[in-house]
Design a protein around this ligand. Structure first.
Ligand code: ADP
Ligand code: GLC
Length: 503
């Protein structure tokens, strides 16, 4: 497991002081390419590390949105034909917003297509995802060894999710001593491919077995990260513990348990430049904890735009979510009628599984003026919904971190969450004790059942109708800060610890 080669001076006995050179690899980047929270993390964590003085670079697939946005691109290396692409060029440029340096893996045949980063417009996985993301991992690894860009060699490689996980495996194959961190954003998406495609990866046969990439008769990119990174992080401490159990381990809990000593959780943060109700240009009116009146304007505008009755006194529940089994929206469908009978309203913005889209639209049709559903992905709409709702529902079956509840806290829209993963770590559910101590920031429930959610919705409505108590909860919620600076310091400590002790 631990490479012994000492051909680079990077793995020294004591952690070098001063700035670190870190290469982060991933598939999404807000605001260029986003399907979920991974994009928000890659858009915020590298700049936060750079703000601490570190020399951060990113490596991203050359999706059209990336190639077209990155400034001052110059060719670092022409790689010719690789992973089925006729021509692969690695270019270095700067991100227009953060000015960070980014390596773009330009392979038009693999990445430049209309549709999503992982799926076509009809929601089918791209048939060549193995090649597309093996290439990302391969380039990240060879940047880390210094082979592709001799002018800049990182001291640490940090790969995110299965899309970049093979970077760890390729470095392992090279017996490279460059320390590598792998961050799991969601263990449920594993990058599984037919075992018969192993030959396309260009790895030796020792990487084929169950001690490496094989996972129940398939290839798992996620497993490459879990097996071949020196340290594994997840995006909340609770999820770091949960994934060692069969309930949350998505079949990989055994692999995680073997790496237990190297697994930890670092909470995500909120990018204040993007999510701050006092500066948010998407809102009908901006507001702050001191000047909450603007929030009522946002609520009225939300009710209007979703065709709801303009009732300022109605508790307004909101959901912004990928529509997938993870997010517990089946529970919302089952429990919502109880809260609606209580006089509440509900707005949902989401896209994903067709069945959930249809069921939500049917709910809206059954409760005209009381339920509004918008199927689709709309960044500004998400801001307006989170600002205008009184309560943001996140009843997930599992949640590695969750960002919408953090945004809800920041916007004084109380999160109602199931107590799992990052939701448990970031929201203090209102109960007798937390209300008395002033620590409560939301509403929480435990069991993944319609009855438990209905009970939580009912508690939320009761609290909402006590205006003074509600104000106090909002103030407390808005005072909570989940800062990227703090998360970046935790990653810095992790990086330095790896450099202090040869991995
Ligand atoms: P996940 O990554 O599992 O989807 P997170 O809560 O970490 O969950 O992040 C979700 C991100 O995607 C947030 O920035 C949220 O605002 C955004 N989002 C989800 N669905 C939509 C949508 N339909 N329209 C706009 N933004 C959305
Ligand atoms: C994943 C998780 C989510 C997390 C996000 C960013 O998509 O589902 O909980 O917040 O990654 O880390």
């Amino acid at each position: 497991m631990h490479p012994t080669s000492a051909h680079t001076p990077l793995a020294t006995a004591s952690a070098p002081p001063g700035p670190l050179r870190v290469l982060q690899a991933g598939a999404e980047l807000f605001p260029l390419i986003k399907t979920g929270g991974l994009a928000d993390v890659l858009g915020a964590l590298p700049p936060a590390l750079a703000a601490l003085g570190h020399d951060l670079r990113l490596v991203l697939p050359g999706f059209a949105a990336v190639v077209d946005a990155v400034l001052h691109q110059r060719t670092v290396v022409e790689l010719g034909a690789l992973f089925g692409a006729a021509r692969v060029t690695v270019r270095l440029g700067r991100l227009p917003f953060s000015h960070l340096s980014v390596y773009v893996v330009d392979a038009p045949l693999l990445y430049r297509r209309s549709g999503g980063p992982y799926q076509d417009a009809d929601g089918h996985d791209w048939p060549d995802n193995l090649q597309r993301f093996a290439l990302l991992g391969w380039v990240a690894a060879h940047l880390a060894t210094g082979e592709l860009d001799p002018a800049w060699q990182p001291q640490v490689l940090h790969a995110h999710d299965w899309h970049a996980a093979l970077a760890c495996t390729y470095l392992q194959a090279h017996a490279s001593p460059v320390p590598r961190v792998f961050t799991i954003h969601n263990l449920a998406y594993q990058g599984l491919f037919p075992l018969s495609d192993f030959g396309l990866l260009g790895l030796g046969s020792r990487f084929l077995g169950a001690s490496a990439l094989e996972y129940h008769g398939q290839l798992s990119f996620m497993k490459g990260g879990l097996k071949h990174a020196h340290r594994i992080t997840t995006v909340s401490p609770t999820y770091a513990r949960e994934i060692a159990t069969p309930e949350f381990g998505a079949g990989l809990d055994g692999v995680i348990r073997l790496r237990q000593a190297d697994v930890g959780g670092i909470l995500n943060g909120v990018d204040e430049a993007v999510w701050n109700p006092a500066t948010d240009a998407a809102l009908a009116q901006r507001y702050s904890a001191e000047r909450l009146d603007g929030k009522a304007v946002c609520k009225a505008e939300l009710q209007r735009s979703f065709g709801l009755e303009p009732r300022p006194e109605a508790p307004l529940f909101g959901v912004v979510s990928r529509l997938s089994a993870q997010k517990g929206l089946d529970l919302v469908l089952a429990a919502a009628p109880v809260a609606l009978a209580d006089g509440a309203q509900l707005v949902v913005q989401g896209s994903g599984e067709r069945g959930l889209e249809q069921a939500l639209l049917a709910l809206a049709a059954s409760f005209p003026g009381q339920v509004g559903v918008r199927v689709g992905y709309d960044e500004a709409g998400a801001h307006r919904l989170i600002a205008g709702a009184d309560v943001v529902l996140v009843p997930s079956r599992f949640e590695p971190c969750g960002l919408t509840q953090l945004y809800a806290l920041r916007y004084g829209s109380l999160p109602l969450v199931r107590r799992v993963g990052g939701l448990a770590d970031t929201v203090v559910g209102a109960d007798e004790h937390s209300l008395a101590s002033g620590e409560a920031t939301g509403i929480a429930f435990d069991e993944a059942s319609p009855a438990a959610l209905a009970d939580a919705l009912h508690r939320a409505v009761r609290l909402y109708r006590q205006a003074e108590v509600w104000r106090g909860l909002q103030r407390q919620a808005m005072s909570r800060r989940f800062s990227w600076a703090e998360a970046a310091r935790a990653y810095e400590v992790l990086y330095r610890s790896m450099l202090a002790t040869p991995v």
